[in-house]
Design a protein. Structure first.
Length: 100
């Protein structure tokens, strides 16, 4: 490789690194965003409107974040299962508080 090709090679790798930074940042904060915006902030939707509304809420959230279809397919089962679990806990909590 001559020096011009080497320079172009490293320049393209540097550009790739810059392009991947937003993705890495997104992936680093994704678990935080899922916990905060999906699990915690979605409880109101889940308790007031049910599991189907919660699933639509989380799907809309992932789409708004610009997640790929593959990432959405990965996260939606998690949100579905979390919704079932949390809905059951909310119902039991509500019943427990009414018994007092």
């Amino acid at each position: 490789m001559d020096s011009l090709q080497v320079s172009q090679f490293y320049a393209s790798e540097a550009a790739d690194d810059l392009d991947s930074r937003p993705l890495m940042l997104k992936m680093k904060f994704l678990p935080y965003m899922v916990r905060t915006f999906g699990c915690r902030n979605g409880l109101k939707t889940l308790s007031q409107s049910g599991a189907n509304a919660y699933e639509r809420y989380t799907l809309g959230m992932l789409q708004k974040w610009g997640m790929s279809h593959g990432a959405i397919k990965k996260w939606q089962p998690f949100f579905y299962q979390w919704g079932l679990y949390a809905k059951d806990v909310l119902v039991k909590l509500r019943a427990h508080n009414q018994d007092r």
